[in-house]
Design a protein around this ligand. Structure first.
Ligand SMILES: Cc1ncc(COP(=O)(O)O)c(C=O)c1O
Length: 299
């Protein structure tokens, strides 16, 4: 396989069969978004948000990309900004882990730490940083930028149906909701019989890439649309303990992913058993294990 540059490696991620110990009637497939260049699903939205800003004339040479993130989008922007020649500033909440902060700095981005929720960092970008120097910054605003779900409507969703034309269900977690908004809209338009399952974190639980909306994580317009339109068949909350246990099981079968994958796989197996799903169930694994070593070390 030959590619012209690293950005061509975003997407077309592999799916691998996971065989859980439970008597699960479905075939469970883990779609490994950790195979994207910076090891997470956020590479897709990062590229779409940057390219759309360039096409709209908002991002020009000399301007600095800025956005808020809990970690994976920040590392993706730092990386792609660097390769495309744009300086990058990211604002991250207290959820940012030391290893992701290290990646952001390694790729040469400036890091601002602010608040406990990504929305606080996002508001700080919009109301403080950009207001001070509007000519300098291009705010990509991943929490409200519809190019974020468009990335998944145009790439992740079609990839899933191309691999599994008889798809039974797709299961993924909600951070910004961009992934599941785009995937759900594509699946409901093209295979309405397939179920869409979204996964959140239980109250008091911190699972990267899995919002605990009951505890104040921000409900973006993408998540609002998922809730109001007939796009989601099941909404599940997972505990940290079940996500960790499932991550341990995945690891033993060679899946080197973050704890988000364990949580989503756990929800997928639960739904498959409860609804006697006998076909293909796709789990969207948000990131690679190497991006989560500080959390995996606690397993
Ligand atoms: C590991 C991981 N999985 C899944 C997601 C969810 O992605 P989205 O923001 O598109 O909902 C994120 C987002 O932060 C993530 O970091």
């Amino acid at each position: 396989m030959i590619f012209k540059n690293m950005t061509d490696l975003v997407g077309r991620t592999p799916c691998v069969n996971f065989r859980p110990a439970d008597a699960c009637p479905a075939r469970i497939w883990i779609k490994l978004e950790g195979f994207n260049p910076t090891g997470s699903v956020k590479d897709r939205a990062a590229i779409y948000n940057i390219r759309s800003a360039i096409e709209a004339g908002q991002l020009k040479p000399g301007k600095t990309i800025i956005d808020a993130s809990s970690g994976n989008m920040a590392s993706a922007l730092a990386y792609f900004g660097m390769t495309m020649g744009f300086p990058v500033t990211v604002a991250c909440s207290s959820k940012l882990t030391a290893e992701k902060a290290g990646l952001i700095e390694y790729f040469g981005a400036d890091l601002i730490r602010i608040g406990d929720f990504t929305i606080e960092a996002s508001n700080y970008c919009r109301d403080v940083i950009v207001v001070k120097e509007p000519e300098r910054y291009c705010f990509l605003d991943q929490l409200h930028n519809w190019n974020n779900p468009r990335a998944h409507f145009e790439t992740t969703g079609p990839e899933i149906l191309a691999d599994f034309p008889a798809l039974d269900a797709v299961v993924g977690s909600l951070g910004s909701g961009g992934t599941m908004n785009g995937v759900a809209r594509f699946i409901k338009q093209n295979r309405p019989g397939a179920r869409v399952v979204t996964v959140e974190a239980e109250s008091g639980t911190r699972i990267p890439g899995t919002g605990a909306f009951c505890d104040g994580d921000y409900v973006t317009p993408f998540i609002e649309q998922l809730r109001s339109a007939v796009l989601v068949d099941h909404r599940l909350s997972v505990s940290l303990e079940s996500a960790k246990a499932r991550t341990r099981e995945l690891t033993r079968q060679g899946f080197y992913c973050g704890i988000q994958t364990g949580g989503v796989a756990h929800a997928a197996i639960k739904i498959a058993i409860e609804n006697d799903l006998r076909g293909d169930v796709v789990v969207i694994s948000g990131d690679a294990g190497w991006k989560n070593m500080d959390k995996l070390a606690e397993l």
